[in-house]
Design a protein around this ligand. Structure first.
Ligand code: ADP
Length: 745
């Protein structure tokens, strides 16, 4: 190193030389021709020359850094530019290329003219390379890379940082973070300080709203910047955007946790498998139910009824092939060895983790459902059998049969009923019975709700009128049975068509009337002599009275009083004969059967008068209780019965002594009156006793044997009964009953 000869007061040149000597870079002076006026030690060392050897030589001899840029810069210096900086490469002797930064400044003489220049070059090779590498890294990484000095002012920021912050490099470098961000994070700044103070790296997660207003989450890692001597002169930071990752991870964690909770809270068994692959997940329910070891979810077949494994495998194969939802029923084996029916369902979906298509399925316990189904099937079957059974019964009943519920709705309808009423069972079932019985419909309309299926209509012991589907009607009798079934009351009604019976009855009645007429005529025939006597007697007596009176009137001094009395007697006798004729005429009068309350006493007296005409030798006893007893009767018909019984008695007693006829009337239970006719005859002969009331049974030479059969027909038509037994006298007694009425009249 060159030193000044007067150390006490170093010249300006010496000072300059000392300064240049202390410089690490190359420093030299050159004149306008480019000859070296001075070179510092670094330069001399590089040249391998002593100062004496180097001075006066042209700089360009050793300076390969001589391109156009440098020459232009030199020209600008000589033209008056105060300073010029150029970058350039220099090829060293060993061929290595170094990068230099060359700073030039004019060297002025005493007159102020430019005598030459001072050149200072710094080897920037390392710095440049580092800078380039840093720049490349900074540009290449998506993370925000930046550095700050001890004052926490930015000394570096990469492109990602600038983009995220929306700032230019000029707006960032030299500034603090609080000058850049709207809402600086105090913890973040503190962490910067800590790194600088402690020299230890740090990591911090911050949420930042970027220039375009988007919330981002950064994970920033920080390291101290250390100089070669280890002192800290700042810190570098790398901030990674973990927003997506963070969100996804948080979401994933949340979802997974939620799913697991759900899957364990649900009473269902949940499982999952890869398409066509092994089951790789089952929830806790599976293990709880099957009792299978929790580390073996793949061995699902152990938890399934052996007969149903095939069902599940088939469902899985079909599902794999079609991609459609799987659904099947199977039995799972519980830890106690019992089986329960479950409904298996699964859907094929894309694995969100990218594992390809995946089945997720569940098993729902349907044991109760299956059981209920089974019960329902049994019940249905039983009902079908019951209904079939019922229908077969209905079909086999010859009478039309209808089954009603307690409100009168038709629940079943037999085949015979279909034929009889013209309604198909299918149409009438479910409708009200009033459709069939207008009287019931009318009653049901009055009384709501109906207290009985028939709406209060009396159906016992009486004729009702049914209406067929075509509107025609017929009389019928109903017999009803009550059935309890399943806690409900049903009524079975048999409809008995009475059309035929009524017609037959009408015909029988007509025949009977005719026959009775004949019988009365024949009765009269047998009574002819007695009747002749009956008429003859009063008429003969009347004739005698008239003759006697005539004599009294024609005699001298006629006794008018006596004659008048005689004529009055004659009139009485004629009236008596007239009465007899009137009775006869009445008896023969055919008339129409007409029942009304009749006094028993009168009925019996008239019959006796008629039947006993001319038979004065018979002792008649007559007892009627109560005295005013009345019966519901057709007067003429009952008289015919009485006349006939009395005539039979008279005939039976013919030629016998004593001849006693007794007529007794007595009340009977159930609102009946019994009339008994007894005689003192020989009684009914053995042979005819059992068939007395059959027609054409007679023991008499001229008897027709129809009398008693007509009597029976008449009595039964009146709702009574007729029979015979022995009388107290040893003769015959004939009894018959009639309906008694409340009293006389
Ligand atoms: P008929 O008088 O024409 O024979 P009925 O039917 O009146 O026909 O009587 C049938 C038979 O019953 C008589 O033939 C007789 O044998 C017997 N019979 C009827 N009434 C009496 C009676 N009061 N006593 C004995 N037998 C009687």
């Amino acid at each position: 190193m060159t030193r000044a000869s007067e150390p006490a007061t170093p010249s300006a040149g010496d000072l300059l030389a000392a300064l240049a000597g202390a410089t690490e870079g190359l420093v030299w002076f050159q004149d306008r021709e480019g000859r070296l006026l001075y070179a510092n030690d670094t330069t001399l060392k590089l040249l391998g020359l002593s100062a004496a050897e180097a001075l006066g030589r042209k700089a360009v001899e050793f300076d390969t850094f001589a391109d156009d840029g440098r020459r232009a810069a030199e020209a600008r210096i000589y033209a008056g530019s105060p300073i010029e900086i150029v970058h350039g490469n220099r090829v060293l002797k060993d061929g290595a290329i170094r990068h230099y930064r060359m700073t030039m400044a004019p060297l002025r003489d005493a007159q102020g003219g430019i005598a030459g220049m001072v050149v200072q070059t710094a080897d920037e090779t390392e710095a440049l390379r580092n800078a380039k590498i840093l720049e490349g890294i900074g540009a290449a990484v998506p993370d925000l890379v930046f550095a700050k000095d001890l004052d926490l002012r930015f000394i570096y920021a990469n492109r990602a940082f600038l983009t995220a912050s929306g700032r230019t490099l000029d707006e960032v470098i030299g500034r603090r973070v609080e000058e850049i961000l709207k809402r600086p994070n105090a913890a973040y700044i503190q962490s910067d300080r800590d790194v600088i103070e402690t020299g230890r790296g740090d990591e911090i997660q911050t949420t930042v709203v970027t220039a375009d207003g988007v919330r981002r989450i950064y994970l920033t890692r920080k390291f101290p910047l250390r100089a070669a001597d280890g002192s800290i002169f700042g810190l570098t930071s790398v901030a990674a955007d973990i927003t997506e990752d963070f969100d996804a991870r948080a979401e994933l964690t949340r979802t997974a946790a939620r799913l697991e909770t759900i899957s364990n809270v649900t009473p269902n068994i949940i499982w999952s498998s890869l398409k066509g692959g092994q089951v790789d997940f089952v929830n806790e329910r599976w293990f709880a139910f099957t009792g299978l070891p929790a580390d073996d979810s793949g061995n699902w077949q152990a938890g399934v009824h052996p007969d149903d494994v095939g069902v599940m495998l088939d469902a899985g194969r079909d599902g794999d092939a079609s991609g459609a939802q799987m659904e099947f029923e199977c039995r799972l084996r519980g830890r106690d060895g019992s089986y329960r029916w479950v409904l298996g369902r699964a859907i094929l979906h894309d694995d969100p983790d990218g594992g390809g298509p995946r089945w997720t399925g569940s098993f729902t316990d349907i044991e109760e459902l299956v059981d209920a189904r089974r019960q329902a099937a049994l019940a249905l079957q039983a009902r079908a059998e019951g209904e079939a059974h019922l229908q077969s019964i209905l079909d086999s009943v010859p009478d039309p049969m209808v089954i009603l519920d307690s409100t009168g709705i038709v629940r079943a309808f037999g085949t015979a009923a279909e034929a009889q009423l013209g309604w198909p069972a299918a149409e009438i079932i479910g409708r009200h019975v009033g459709v069939l019985i207008p009287e019931v419909a009318a009653a049901a309309a009055r009384e709501a709700p109906p207290g009985s299926p028939f709406g209060g209509v009396v159906w016992r012991d009486r004729l009702l009128v049914a209406q067929r589907r075509d509107g025609s009607t017929f009389p019928f009798e109903l017999s009803v049975g009550v059935v309890q079934s399943g806690g409900r009351t049903f009524y079975t009604g048999f409809v008995r068509d009475q059309t035929e019976r009524l017609r037959a009855e009408a015909q029988a009645q007509a025949l009977r009337t005719e026959l009775a007429q004949v019988a009365r005529l024949s009765e009269l025939g047998s009574m002819a002599s007695a009747l002749a006597h009956e008429l003859n007697q009063p008429l003969a007596a009347a004739a005698n009275f008239v003759q006697g009176s005539a004599r009294l009137l024609t005699a001298p001094g006629p006794d008018l009083g006596l004659a008048t009395e005689g004529l009055g007697q004659a009139v009485d006798q004629i009236a008596r004969a007239g009465d007899s004729i009137r009775r006869l005429r009445d008896f023969l009068d055919r008339g129409v059967s007409q029942r009304k309350p009749e006094a028993l006493r009168e009925l019996i007296d008239e019959a006796l008068t008629l039947a006993l005409a001319g038979d004065g030798q018979i002792r008649v006893k007559r007892r009627i209780s109560p005295r005013g007893a009345t019966v519901l009767a057709d007067r003429l018909e009952i008289q015919q019965v009485l006349v006939h019984l009395v005539r039979n008695a008279v005939e039976a007693m013919a030629g016998r002594e004593p001849r006693v006829l007794e007529i007794v009337a007595r009340p009977q239970p159930e609102g009946l009156a019994r009339i008994s006719v007894s005689d003192s005859g020989p009684g009914v002969s053995e042979g005819v006793m059992h068939q007395l009331f059959q027609p054409f049974v007679s023991t008499k030479p001229n008897g027709m044997g129809v009398g008693l059969s007509i009597c029976r027909a008449i009595v039964e038509a009146h709702g009574g009964r007729i029979w015979a037994d022995e009388s107290a006298e040893g003769g015959a007694t004939f009894h018959f009953t009639l309906r008694a009425t409340a009293g006389p009249g």
